[in-house]
Structures are given as structure tokens and as C-alpha cells.
Design a protein around this ligand. Structure first.
Ligand SMILES: [Zn+2]
Length: 199
């Protein structure tokens, strides 16, 4: 016989399953931990989740989630203004920034163009990107997008819309097909950046 979960537990399980990589079994394991953990720990987790949503806002320039405007990267005067690296999201930004292999600026798109998921160019931070390309400071746009269908679609869209005169490159050798950039080590990211090719 299938035993029904109490409604509040079922609601928690359903909420947990909306998180990435969490299936029913992982949700059961997390819920069981939350039910037995000290009250203060659970309250701390709930408070941290709400606080991060309330205090982190996209940087008005690059889209990176930050507590200060402009963000740490945009306000860093040591970075090269002529190089702008386009990435899909936060995790790719952290991967590249922490690997210390790129000294230009970043632009977070907030996703990739995906006709299947109904995500068109207007849903991404593309207008903000084009605005950044107007003053002529950026001479090279480095596309650090994943080698997936969505990454390719987005890269081609950029190729068609970026103003003439700006060199478009993308990460070269070393990136396995379909790989997530944030899973690559600093050495691989460095080689991929050094070996970037005109697109
Ligand atoms: Zn920024």
C-alpha cells in the first residue's frame, strides 16, 4: 500500500524537486534531514535563501549578481576594457573569474537562446550588451558559450547582430562537446582562452 505523505511534507518534497539535479529520492533525503536537523539550522537556511534573493541584484552594467553597484568586476580598474567576454550565467562567470585566466570584462546574458524552451533574444541581456558596444571601447568580444545547440544558436545570433569592426572570437581547443564551462579546470580554461579563434 502506498502511504500518503502529510500535506506539508508533500509540499516540501515538491518544492525541493524544482531545484536543479534534485529528483524524488534526493528530495526525500533532504526533507528527512530538514525534519531532524536543529531548528536553528533550518531557520538559518530559510533566512539565507530569502536574504540572497533580497540583497543580490544584477549589476547594471554586466548582469553579475552583486550586493554593490557596479559590481566588483566592473569597478576593477586593472581590467582590460577592450576585451569583453560573453557568458550564459553566473556559474560560468565564477569559473572564468576564479581561474584567473581572463583579464577583460564580462557580460552575463542570463541564459541562452532556445526556441525549444521558448527563450528568444528579448529574454536575454542582449540589449544591454549592444549598449556596451556603442562607445567603441570594446574591440574583441570573446564568446564563452557552451558547445551545445543553444550555445551555437546564441553565438550565431551575436555574429549577425554585433556591430562591424568588433572582432568576434570563441573559446578554442580543449572544451569537450556539450561540456559545462564551470566543470573545467583552470588549465583547460586557460588553453581554451589562449587558443580562441575568430568566429
Ligand atoms: Zn558588473
Amino acid at each position: 500500500m502506498k502511504l500518503k505523505r502529510p500535506a506539508s511534507l508533500e509540499a516540501l518534497l515538491e518544492a525541493l524537486q524544482k531545484l536543479p539535479s534534485i529528483g524524488r529520492r534526493s528530495a526525500e533525503r533532504l526533507a528527512s534531514h530538514l525534519l531532524t536537523a536543529p531548528q536553528a539550522e533550518v531557520e538559518g537556511l530559510a533566512a539565507a535563501m530569502l536574504k540572497v534573493r533580497a540583497t543580490l541584484l544584477p549589476c547594471g552594467t554586466c548582469g553579475h549578481l552583486t550586493e554593490n553597484q557596479p559590481c566588483e568586476i566592473c569597478s576593477d580598474s586593472q581590467r582590460d576594457d577592450s576585451l569583453l567576454c560573453v557568458i550564459a550565467g553566473e556559474k560560468e562567470l565564477y569559473a572564468l573569474a576564479e581561474a584567473g585566466v581572463f583579464n577583460g570584462r564580462f557580460h552575463v546574458l542570463g541564459g541562452l537562446i532556445s526556441p525549444l524552451k521558448g527563450i528568444g533574444p528579448k529574454r536575454l541581456r542582449l540589449e544591454a550588451l549592444h549598449a556596451r558596444l556603442q562607445d567603441g571601447a570594446v574591440t574583441e568580444l570573446v564568446l564563452a558559450l557552451p558547445p551545445t545547440t543553444e550555445g551555437e544558436t546564441t553565438a550565431h545570433y551575436l555574429k549577425e547582430t554585433v556591430p562591424a569592426g568588433i572582432k568576434l572570437t570563441r573559446l578554442g581547443i580543449g572544451i569537450p562537446l556539450g561540456a559545462d564551462l564551470d566543470y573545467l579546470d583552470a588549465g583547460t580554461l586557460d588553453r581554451a582562452l589562449q587558443g580562441r579563434q575568430e568566429f
